[in-house]
Design a protein around this ligand. Sequence first.
Ligand SMILES: O=P(O)(O)OC[C@H]1O[C@H](OP(=O)(O)OP(=O)(O)O)[C@H](O)[C@@H]1O
Ligand SMILES: O=C(O)c1cc(=O)[nH]c(=O)[nH]1
Ligand SMILES: [Mg+2]
Length: 192
Amino acid sequence: MNDEAILAEFRAANALLEGHFILSSGLRSPRYLQCARVLMSPARAERLCSALAAKLPAAVRSEVSAVIAPAMGGLICGYELARALGVDSMFVERPQGTFELRRGFALTPGQKVLMMEDVVTTGLSSREAIAAIEAAGGKVIHAASLVDRSNGKADLGVPFTPLIRLNVPSYSADALPPELAAIPAIKPGSRA
Ligand SMILES: O=P(O)(O)OC[C@H]1O[C@H](OP(=O)(O)OP(=O)(O)O)[C@H](O)[C@@H]1O
Ligand SMILES: O=C(O)c1cc(=O)[nH]c(=O)[nH]1
Ligand SMILES: [Mg+2]
């Protein structure tokens, strides 16, 4: 699936939002990729995640035995990627502010895991999810996401395969361009 076909899926899902958004990192942006809208169609989720599975290095496809995603955004795409790879799907969540593996999910020591996100902007959530998986005994050998909007800046500490890279601007709250400052800001994500 090429970038144009992937973007067509996002457009068809009305997932390319424009406005003034407060991102998980606190950065501000005039554009937001609402992956929940992309993933509300199971058929579309399956198309995109099987395309992502096909982009992964063959060694990763054969070695990982679980996909673990950070809730909420990573849940559905992590599950679909796990389906495409034929492995288990789990998630980490942050009921107390820090990602942890709960709900009886467990890893054998050194179990090889792929960490799957919906969107990578600064990479902070991905790094925190990887740390939680490693704290639970797993070895994260690869990371993946639907979208990398870090403009090449995110370092997740492990090899990383996004389905698509998009050049989208982000600004710190004290350096907003005037056209963005003029629009009321909304925060679509769930980080407190
Ligand atoms: O690379 P980063 O700068 O960390 O930003 C990307 C993260 O932000 C969003 O999650 P959010 O924290 O908004 O919560 P959600 O997944 O519960 O919606 C998204 O799902 C990624 O996890
Ligand atoms: O950085 C984020 O929080 C973020 C950006 C984006 O485009 N989409 C999203 O779900 N989260
Ligand atoms: Mg998230």
